[in-house]
Each structure stands twice: as structure tokens, then as C-alpha cells.
Ligand binder design. Structure first.
Ligand code: ADP
Ligand code: GLC
Length: 482
């Protein structure tokens, strides 16, 4: 089955968060399950540079008149066939993929990302005579207009199914209404039954309204977003679409995240031979100037520093964590106030707390390799990948019971320990006392080394690869194409 996957990011070429990890891993897993996946991406410099033997498939005029070149070739680093939208004036800019160096979103983001949906729809209508998708699978608001453009194409010989995956409902792609009229959609689409949202143009709403099927990245998040508390104003629409909404849990790309073969680590290890993990911990402690103490539980955070991630709660337990003899290592970037607050704590406790502000892929691997506990206290979390990386690397996740965190982590309660299902620590109330109790449970388990090793080995052996998700997506595609 031919599937076109559409996303703004793809690991290892362009990544700001988990979306890229998924966009890089899912096509490979789907190909292994028997699909033929091609990806459609914006022409950011690292993506174009990776495109081998690229040919110019065609040039087109965007709805607002700009010339758009569409290239087709093979992404060397992923071994995937790709279509890349090459418009240097739109994609070659300083800053992040979405915002300038001051963090201000680019004012033409509607055009920059509408092209993803617009080209996807044209590919279903024969733009490439050699390949047409049966399914267009678009990810997050950047690619969300695909369903809308598909809905207004002239009738096709073969019906093409559209799937829209919400990785994070909080990022919606909202624009002033005047932008709507440059996108080439019929005026009737700017309506409550369409992509209008409180007078604005909403890419997210377009995805939710027009797609044949909506998925989110965990079953719990699929339920949560249908409530006013977590629905970001779209819960009403999501409830009307409940029959076409499901949660499929992300996986871990084991070609990238596996302590047995991870070149970034000081030593390799696995569940059967975890010795190397000790070396990873000692090496990181030494490198960071922390006390080199094998018996000090080392907690880690690898995260965007944003409101979503609940990291102010971590600030609230640092003193307790140090008083109990623990250590903390943080890698993250984002919110200036959080950056400063963490950096100050590191300055005050250099032997126990280390903070690096920035984005560093190999260092993230080293943290999972070295730490005993991975902290993910998110306010909300559609899926979350770092708790799963924690599991794979034997760094037991300590998480807030929401979204994908609730679906992947089982608390070390006495009954879960007895049943053999425990793999981490879970707290329910989003406040410091509740997190603090979970931290206390982590210390209590750490004080029983044999029990700790048992739970850790189980966590590391858990099946987290992409094959289960791939078969669920494939079953969905097949159902929609019938
Ligand atoms: P989100 O997509 O909401 O940021 P996820 O847990 O799904 O959360 O994915 C985050 C991804 O980004 C993981 O691969 C994580 O290792 C990575 N990551 C986050 N912050 C950093 C950082 N500062 N440096 C390196 N990798 C990071
Ligand atoms: C989003 C979510 C995160 C999820 C990731 C990949 O960035 O915040 O929870 O893991 O997408 O699906």
C-alpha cells in the first residue's frame, strides 16, 4: 500500500522534539510491515542536502502565486523516498524551523506549511505519474491542511484516505482570517464546519474536521483531549468525531535508542549485562564535576523547558533530592525563567546538580545511559518518548499520570512489584507534595538494590519497538481504503 507521510520535521535531519523521532521511525516500521511509504517534507537546508539523486519533478505556482519546485529523491540518512518542497525564500532562514532568532513565529508560517497539505493533495491527483498514494498521513498542524485540500479536489478515480495524527493539541497553527484567502481553499471552508476557529484560521481544526480518521499518540491522550480540561477549545469537535478518533502509542526506534549498541555511551550494556551502566554513570559524574558516588541515585531530565513539561515541580523537590543524597542532571532549552532557575540551582550545588542549557543529541543519550531515574513530571503529555528511552536505558521513569506517561509507566507500588508490572514511579496530583512522595518511593526502592535491579531489568526488557504501532496504523489504513 502506498502511503504518503507528511511532516515538518524528520530525525536525524531536522528535530525540535518527539515529532521528528516519530516521523523518522514510523515510515521504516511501516515499510517493514509491507507498506511503501514516501515522505513529503519542506525544503529546509539539511533535508535538501540529504536528498540523493534528486530530480526536479515539477514546478508549480502556489495559490498565492509563488513558484514552488518539487524535488524527488532518496533521503540518504533514512533510505527513504522523499518529495521535498524547494522554495528557498520560505525555508532558508536563521532561527528554528518555526520562529526567528528572537523566538517570534515567522509571519508567513501559514504559507510555509500550507504547502505541505497543498502538495500532498496534488500528489494524490497524479502530480508524479510514477507514484500515487492511497493514504495521506499528515502529522501535527503543519501538515494539517492536507485533508482540507483533498476534500476540495475534483472527484478522483480512486478514493484516497486521509489520516491526521495529533502529536500535541496545544500547538494549533492559528492565523488571522486574512491569511485564509491566500491559501486557495473555497470561501465556504472558512466556517464553523471547516477550519474557522473563533474568527481565526486554524490549521489544527482543519486536520480534525476534514481527515477521514484522527489518531493521537496514546490511548489516554485520545480520551483526555475530548474533555474541556485538555481539549484546548476543540474538545467539542473531537467528541463529535469520537468514532473516527483513536490513540496509537508511539514506539522507540531501536536503531537509534539501544544501550547495547549506542556509540554515544562510555560503555555498552543490556538487561543481562548491566555492568556498563555503572561506567556510564561514573564517567558522567566525573565529566560534570559531580561527586563520583556509585550509590548516589542520579536523576535526569532531558526536555524542552516549557510549561507543558511541569519542570517547576522538579525545582520544588531539588533540595529534598540533595538532602537525601541524590544528584540531578538536566539538559534542556526553552523558557528563559526555567533556564535561569535551573542554572542557579546548579551553581548553588555543583557537586550534586548539573545543568546544561542547549540541545545536544549525543549528550541526551549519555544522560539516559548514566542516570538511575528519568524525571518526566509533565502537566500533560500526548505520548512522551523520554520515559520510554528511560525504560530502554534502565533509567526508571518517574512521571505524572497523564497521557502516554500513564500508558507506559506502572508505579512501584507493593502490588505492582508483587505482580511484576512495576517499571517506574507515578504520581497523580500535579503538585510538589505528590511528586515528592514519588521521589521518596524511588529512594526507598533504590535502598533495596536487589529489588531495584529486578525492576530495572524488567524495564529494559520491555517491548517498545515500533512494530506494534506500525501494525495498528496498517490495519487502520486498510480499513479506510476498503
Ligand atoms: P516533546 O516532543 O513534547 O518535546 P518527547 O518526549 O516526545 O517530547 O520527545 C522529546 C525528544 O526530544 C526526545 O527525543 C528527547 O530526547 C529530545 N530532546 C528534548 N530536549 C532535548 C535537548 N535539550 N537536547 C537533546 N535532545 C532533546
Ligand atoms: C509531541 C508531544 C509528545 C509526543 C511527541 C511525539 O511533541 O508533546 O508527548 O511524544 O509529540 O508523538
Amino acid at each position: 500500500m502506498n502511503v504518503l507521510q507528511v511532516s515538518a520535521e524528520i530525525f536525524p535531519l531536522l528535530k525540535t522534539g518527539g515529532l521528528a523521532d516519530v516521523a523518522g521511525a514510523l515510515p521504516q516500521a511501516l515499510n517493514a510491515a509491507g507498506c511503501e511509504v514516501r515522505v513529503l517534507l519542506p525544503g529546509f537546508a539539511p533535508i535538501l542536502a540529504d536528498l540523493q539523486g534528486a530530480k526536479l519533478l515539477t514546478t508549480l505556482h502556489a495559490p498565492w502565486g509563488e513558484m514552488v519546485a518539487l524535488r524527488q529523491g532518496r533521503l540518504t540518512s533514512l533510505g527513504l523516498q522523499a518529495y521535498v518542497i524547494d522554495v528557498p525564500t520560505l525555508y532558508h532562514r536563521a532561527g528554528s524551523p518555526y520562529a526567528d532568532e528572537q523566538g517570534q513565529p515567522f509571519t508567513d508560517n501559514d504559507r510555509r506549511f500550507a504547502l505541505l497539505g497543498w502538495v500532498a493533495a496534488r500528489l494524490t491527483a497524479g502530480l508524479d505519474s510514477a507514484w500515487q498514494p492511497r493514504v495521506v498521513h499528515s502529522h501535527d498542524w503543519h501538515a494539517a491542511l492536507a485533508g482540507a485540500y483533498l476534500a476540495y479536489l475534483p472527484p478522483q478515480r480512486q478514493r484516497v484516505a486521509s489520516v491526521y495524527t495529533v502529536h500535541n493539541l496545544a500547538y494549533q497553527g492559528l492565523f488571522a482570517p486574512r491569511h485564509f484567502f491566500e491559501l486557495g481553499l473555497p470561501a465556504s471552508a472558512f466556517a464553523v464546519d471547516g477550519l474557522e476557529f473563533h474568527g481565526q484560521l486554524s490549521f489544527m481544526k482543519a486536520g480534525l474536521y476534514y481527515a477521514d480518521h484522527i489518531t493521537t499518540v496514546s490511548p489516554t491522550y485520545a480520551r483526555e483531549i475530548q474533555t474541556p480540561e485538555q481539549g484546548c477549545g476543540l474538545d467539542g469537535l473531537l467528541r463529535t468525531r469520537a468514532a473516527d478518533l483513536s490513540g496509537i502509542l508511539n514506539g522507540v526506534d531501536e536503531a537509534v535508542w539501544d544501550p547495547a549498541h549506542d556509540a554515544a555511551l562510555a560503555a555498552r550494556y543490556d538487561a543481562r549485562n548491566p555492568e556498563g551502566k555503572k561506567q556510564c554513570k561514573a564517567e558522567l559524574q566525573r565529566l560534570l564535576g559531580l561527586s563520583v558516588a556509585a550509590d548516589a541515585p542520579l536523576f535526569g531530565v532531558v526536555s524542552r523547558l516549557t510549561e507543558q513539561k511541569g519542570l517547576h515541580l522538579v525545582l520544588g523537590v531539588i533540595d529534598e533530592l540533595i538532602a537525601r543524597g541524590g544528584q540531578l542532571v538536566v539538559l534542556g532549552a526553552g523558557d528563559a525563567a526555567l533556564q535561569t532557575a535551573f542554572a542557579e540551582r546548579a551553581k548553588a550545588h555543583p557537586a550534586s546538580v548539573s545543568v546544561r542549557i542547549g540541545y545536544d543529541e549525543p549528550y541526551a543519550h549519555q544522560i539516559f545511559g548514566a542516570t538511575d531515574v528519568t524525571l518526566v513530571p509533565s502537566r500533560f503529555e500526548p505520548c512522551g518518548l523520554t520515559q520510554m528511552y528511560g525504560l530502554k536505558y534502565g533509567s526508571l521513569p518517574l512521571v505524572h499520570r497523564v497521557g502516554g506517561l500513564a500508558d507506559t509507566v506502572m508505579d512501584c507500588s507493593l502490588e505492582n512489584l508483587a505482580e511484576g508490572s512495576a517499571n517506574g514511579f507515578v504520581f497523580s496530583e500535579f503538585d510538589v507534595p505528590s511528586l515528592s512522595r514519588a521521589v521518596a518511593r524511588a529512594f526507598a526502592l533504590y535502598d533495596q538494590p536487589a529489588q531495584w535491579r529486578k525492576v530495572r531489568a524488567r524495564a529494559m526488557r520491555q517491548r517498545l519497538d515500533w512494530s506494534q504501532a506500525a501494525s495498528q496504523y496498517l490495519a487502520l489504513y486498510q480499513r479506510l481504503c476498503h
